[in-house]
Design a protein around this ligand. Sequence first.
Ligand SMILES: C[S@@+](CC[C@H](N)C(=O)[O-])C[C@H]1O[C@@H](n2cnc3c(N)ncnc32)[C@H](O)[C@@H]1O
Length: 603
Amino acid sequence: MSKIKDIPKIDRPRERYLQKGADALSKSDLLAILLGSGIKGKNVRLVSENIIRKYGKKFLSITVDELMEIPGIGQTKALQITSAISLVKRFYEENEINETVVKNSQDVLTLTYDLRNMKKEHLVCLYLNARNVLLKKEIISIGIIDKTLLHPREIFYPAIELNAASVILIHNHPSGDSMPSDEDIKFVEKLTQAGEIMGIPVIDFVIISSKGDCSFYEKLERQNKGFDYVAEGVHDTLFDLLKIEKPTYGITTEKIQETYINIPQIKENYFQLQNRRYIGNKYKLIDWIFSILNKECKGKSFADIFAGTGVVAAVASKHFDEIILNDFLHSNYAVYKAFFDKGTWSQEKINGIIKNYNNINGEDLGDNYFSENFGGKYFSTNSAKIIGFIRENIEKNKSKLTEREYNMLISSLLYSVDKIANTVGHYDAYFKKEAVVDNFFMRPIDPIEVKEVSIFREDANELAKKIQTDIVYIDPPYNSRQYSRFYHVLETLTKWDKPKLHGVALKPESENMSDYCRVKAKDRLTELVNAIKAKYLVVSYNNTYDSKSNSSQNKIALEQIKNILNKRGETKIFEKDYRHFNAGNTDFNNHKEYLFVTHVDYE
Ligand SMILES: C[S@@+](CC[C@H](N)C(=O)[O-])C[C@H]1O[C@@H](n2cnc3c(N)ncnc32)[C@H](O)[C@@H]1O
C-alpha cells in the first residue's frame, strides 16, 4: 500500500491547500488534513476516502462512537472531527437566524438610511422571500430618473433570478420634499400592474428625503390598522390597495353558446359518479367545457390526466371511443376502477353485501382503527365504528370478490362516508361540535359503460411521456392546497394500511404531494405540455390568483399558461364567470373560469 510520503509533495492535501486553497481539495482531502498523519501503516487519504464514501451526506451527523469504530481513529481524532463539524454547523445556524426581516416601512428606512442625504436620485429595490426576509438590496438606477423610460424588466428580472416573492421600492427626493409627484404615482401603478402579472407583488414604494418620508403602503390603508405589511395573516400588496384596474393580459378570450350535454344516467338509490364533494370538480362546468370541446376538437381518444372525480372523463366517454383516466390519489383510482373498469361483477352480490352492511348496529360493535382515530371527530362514534368494521370486512373477504367488486365496495363506502362526514367537504378540519346523528347508510355505485378505457395512478408528468391520444385534458391544482392532505381520510380508508396519524386533523405521513402546488408548478406544467403527444391540449384554469388568501393564490399566472401553450400551437382561450370554492377565507367574488384549447403544431 502506498504511504503518504510516496505521494509527490504537490499532490499531498496539506501542500495543495497551502498552494491552491481549500476549493482545490476534495472532501476526502479536507478530512485527511483533519485526521493528520497519525494512522499507523495506513495511507490517511485512503482512510478519509473510505469514510466519506461510507457516510456520504450522513457525514455531518457522524458520532464519536461511529468514528472510533474505524481502525486507526481513536478518541482524540474522533473528537477533533466531530468538533469541527459542530463548529461549522453552529456558524451556519447563527447565519440563518441572522436574517433581516422587513416587517414595515420603518424596517425599510433603517435599511436605506444612507439615501436620506444623497445629492443624486436613487432607485433601490429590496427583494424579499415569502417570509419577508431580505434576499437582496439592489440599486436599480442613480442620477435623474426618467421613470417613464424605466422598464419593469429592470426591477423584476433580478426578482425572478432570486426567486423573490415580493419587492419593495425606495426612491429618494434630493429636493427634501417627500410628497409623491404625478410621475411617481404613474410609475407605481405601472410597476404594481407588472408585479401582479408576474406574480411578484410590489408591497410598498417609499420616498425618502432629508425632511421626511412617505410610504405608499401606510398612506393608502394602514393608518388605523398598524403599519405591518402582513396584518391578520393577510399580505396586502400595493396592487390591492391602489384599487387600480386589473391588468389587461393582452389575451383575447372567447365566449361560447352552451349546449346541454348528457350527464350519465340517473338510477335511484345508487351513487352516480358526480355524487361527491370534491374541491375543483368540474361537474357544474361540464356543459360549457363540452360545448367548447365539441366545437374545437376532433378525435377518437380523450385523456383526463388530473381526473379528480372523473366527471370530465365520464362525459368524454359519451363522445369519444377511448378514454384514459389518471390521478395519483389511491381513493380516486379505486373510484375509477369501480365506475369505469371492464372487470366482471355481480349487481346481486354487491347489493346483498351492502344490504347486510346496512343492518349493522354501531352499538353492538367494539372499537376499531377507524373509530379510535376518527370517532367523535370526523364522524359520530357509532358511524366511525360501522365504517371501520365494514372496511375491515371488505379486506377480509377480498379473495371472494373480483377486483371490480372489491373496488365497487370500497367506492360505495367512500361515497357513503362523504355523505355523513362532519366537515365542509374535505378533511383539513372537522366541525368542533361532534356529529350527533348516527345516520350512516351505504348505497351501491352505479357504474358507467365505456367503449375502451385505461386507468392509471401515476404522476401526470410521468404518464404524459407514455401515452398518445387525440385530446389531453389538463386540470391540475393551481394553488398550495394539496389534494392528498385534503382527502387523507379517504386515502387512509382506501389503502387500509392503518398508519400512525398526526396532529389535530389526524393526517398520516405525507404522500403524493403535488409539485403543482409548489413554486415548481410553472416548470412542471412546461415540462408536461412539452412532453404530451396529442392533437389538442385542453387546459382548465381559474383566476383564484387574484385571491387574498395565501393558500388560494395561484402558482401559475394566466399569462404564463398562455405562453407555455402557445409554444405548442395556436391557442384559443374561453372564459366564463363562475363562483368558486373559497372555504370562506377570501372576499373575492369575481371568479372566472378559463379553458385554453391548443391545436398542436406537428414538428
Ligand atoms: C383540480 S383537480 C381535478 C378536478 C377534476 N377535473 C374534476 O372534475 O373532478 C386536480 C387533481 O389533480 C390531482 N393531482 C395533483 N397533482 C398531480 C400529479 N402530479 N399527478 C397526478 N395527479 C395529480 C389531484 O389529486 C386532483 O384530484
